[in-house]
Design a protein around this ligand. Structure first.
Ligand code: COA
Ligand code: AMP
Length: 629
């Protein structure tokens, strides 16, 4: 079958298409139908099936002839260690750890937060939670205590599983103080915490609250608990326009079916192949393509604890690929930009035999043509851009390499995958013809495995995604389609920015800056950056009467964002200005400031209150080395 036939087959009979895909999953009770639309526009999939995620990711392979196959390769250049775990070992470790959680009272529907570095135990914890029908919420290690606290209060976990430390180039990040700080700040308190002691920096356990990972790992194993198809498998928080992150829910049945489908059709791997997504379990890419999809599909997954450069050099990616026989490799464009900067001629690439590698996939942010061309030229492999979001959980627009490799058009993540009817809409919600720029929206219902709603926030779900364009899901991205149906992603339509493939909210940073006692008003924008794609930049207006050196206020604000949001925000650029450019109705002209900073032409907004302020902003930007400075 060709791509257009598969897409047409889905369009003609979505129910049949997904019921057919569902056959690849082991159900304890087969669902009677795929789509449950009685609560439209809230849709669910496979709700009346009974199924367990961990069974499908681990046990069925362990018991079905893949017991000796390596399930997880932990490759950690930052600690100089490697570990291989077979499906049989994984089954034992997960079943025991799940037994340890169950013995301490964790059961179906309970939430468990996981705050861990890139170690196999992070994946084991995720799988163990799903084994007993509990719901995990993984929080990225680069987030600060207050971000963790916000998630604790929203998810109200019974337990938190954390590592004693993470390891970043040149420093050890002790997680325990962050965990303690978060629990102290949060209104909700977990019953207990499990701490994985790492040799690099073990933590002092808090008596009465903390238990050692090793204790749970030695518990008696427990079996998988079948849950309903619409039982949440996890909640993953992602940035929205405000400081309150959105808890994206994933339902068990659709998650299993859709992720499994993508492994062959999009990523073109067969069971037994080695698949590597160089991301972090704290992000959706890590959930879907480090942990779940490869394991569900019977692949070997690589859990990589390192950076594209500096651990120890710009050849790390190629070393891992050749050493472990990776067939499909997935990373963020920013990682390639980092490698390209250190090794523009691809000298490291030549040192390794990359014959195992078939295809490279990029997502998480815009893949700039220079980066794609560099990768194509040096790797001599197809480099596939594809577009998706935390909300969708897997590719919306991609090149379906396992169905039919379509011609690559650089700058486009290619075409809509079956399940997704992607449209470009004008402000009134009319579908726009090819070539015209508009909001990227997806016709409802979204396919299985996408978010059914937000945790504790159905109204926010409807308001954020479904109300601007009734009948559609609003992606928050803008772009256009060409005559061949190829999509081009141009920009976000909201205050979300993308820093090194990490999704961050400028609104959240503004909330932090506004809490500084000397800041009367502020704005944060995302400016273009050669390495990270975008960087946040803050503009601070000081309160009347504050006579301090602006440099000191800037330094305090930079520290404040690091402390409140985390180092991952990479907030290092800020400047004090007298006023912010606004419309006559008082709206800050952030888009105009972005154009100024990036040195792009822009039309002076007709509604601008005082155009002279733009000259002040330009000067401030030039001081920071932007706007031609
Ligand atoms: N725990 C604690 N701190 C973390 C962290 C973690 N898990 N991850 C990142 N940080 C810290 C870093 O140490 C850094 O701190 P610093 O300001 O003290 O230097 C800061 O957060 C920013 O980190 P990072 O975004 O990794 O930037 P970098 O400058 O260290 O490295 C790249 C640049 C491009 C190499 C890096 O961003 C990268 O590998 N990006 C790929 C992103 C990716 O895989 N995204 C997933 C989407 S697919
Ligand atoms: P996240 O939810 O963190 O995966 O971020 C999703 C957002 O990242 C999307 O809404 C886009 O803004 C951006 N993004 C992801 N993939 C791509 C891509 N291939 N091209 C352009 N932008 C992308």
């Amino acid at each position: 079958m060709r791509y257009k036939d598969v897409y047409a087959a889905w369009q003609a009979d979505p129910e049949g298409f997904w019921m057919d895909a569902a056959k690849a999953i082991d159900w304890d009770r087969m669902p009677t139908k795929a789509l449950f639309d009685d609560k439209a526009p809230i849709y669910e999939w496979f709700s009346d099936g009974l199924v367990n995620t961990c069974w499908n990711a681990v046990d069925r392979h362990a018991e079905g002839g893949r017991g000796d196959q390596v399930a997880i390769i932990h490759d950690s250049p930052i600690t100089g260690t490697q570990q291989k775990i077979t499906f049989a070992e994984l089954q034992d470790r997960v079943a025991r750890f799940a037994g340890g959680l169950a013995a301490r009272g964790i059961g179906k529907g309970d939430r468990v937060i996981i705050y861990m570095p890139m170690v196999p135990e992070a994946v084991i914890a995720m799988l163990a939670v799903t084994r007993i029908g509990a719901i995990h919420s993984v929080v990225f290690g680069g987030f600060a205590a207050s971000e963790l606290a916000v998630r604790i209060d929203d998810a109200t976990p019974k337990a938190i599983i954390a590592g004693s430390c993470g390891i970043e180039p040149g420093r050890i990040v002790a997680y325990k103080p962050l965990l303690d700080g978060a629990i102290e700040r949060a209104g909700h308190k977990p019953d207990f915490c499990v701490i994985l002691q790492r040799d690099q920096q073990p933590a002092d356990l808090t008596p009465g609250r903390d238990v050692d990972w090793a204790d749970l790992a030695a518990a008696d194993p427990v079996p998988c608990l079948p849950v309903e198809g619409n039982h949440p498998v996890y909640v993953l928080y992602t940035s929205g326009t405000t400081g309150a992150p959105k808890g994206v829910i994933r339902h068990t049945g659709g998650h299993l079916v859709a992720l499994n489908w993508t492994m062959k059709n999009v990523y073109n791997v067969d069971p037994g192949d080695v698949f590597w997504a160089a991301s972090d379990v704290g992000w959706v890419v890590g959930h879907s393509y480090i942990c779940y999809a490869p394991l569900i599909h019977g692949n070997t997954t690589v859990v990589f604890e390192g950076k594209p450069v500096g651990t120890p050099d710009a050849g790390t990616f190629w070393r891992v690929i050749s050493e472990h026989g990776v067939r499909s490799f997935f990373t963020a464009p920013t990682a390639f930009r980092a490698v390209k900067r250190e090794d523009p001629k691809g000298e490291f690439i030549k040192k390794y035999d990359l014959s195992c590698l078939e295809t490279v996939y990029l997502a998480g942010e815009r893949a700039d043509p220079d980066t794609i061309i560099w990768a194509q030229d040096h790797l001599k492999k197809p480099v596939i851009d594809h577009w998706w979001q935390t909300e969708t959980g897997y590719p919306v627009v991609a090149n379906p390499m396992g169905i039919e490799p379509l011609p690559v058009k650089i700058g486009s993540p290619t075409v809509a995958m079956p399940g997704y009817d992607v449209q470009i809409l004008d402000e009134a919600g009319n579908e726009l013809p090819a070539g015209e720029l508009g909001a990227i929206a997806i016709k409802l219902p979204l396919p299985p495995g996408t978010l059914p709603t937000l945790w504790n926030a159905e109204d926010r779900f409807v308001k954020s995604y479904l109300s601007t364009f009734p009948g559609y899901y609003e992606s928050g991205d803008a772009g256009y389609k060409d005559e061949d149906g190829y999509l081009y992603i141009m920009a976000r339509t909201d205050d979300v920015i993308n820093v090194a493939g990490h999704r961050l909210s400028t609104g959240a940073m503004e909330e932090v800056l506004a809490s500084h006692p000397d800041v009367a008003e502020c704005a944060v924008i995302g400016v273009s950056d050669e390495l990270k794609g975008q960087l946040p930049m803050g503009f601070l207006c000081l309160s009347k009467g504050v006579e301090r050196d602006p440099k000191d206020v800037v330094a305090e604000c930079v520290q404040l964002v690091r402390d409140q949001i985390g180092p991952v925000a990479a907030f290092k650029l800020a400047v004090v200005v007298d006023r912010l450019p606004k419309t006559r109705s008082g709206k800050i002209l952030r888009a105009t400031m972005v154009s100024l900073a990036d040195g792009k032409d822009f039309k002076l907004p007709a509604t601008i209150d005082d155009p002279a302020i733009l000259d002040e902003i330009r000067e401030a930007l030039q001081e920071l080395g932007y706007a031609g400075g």
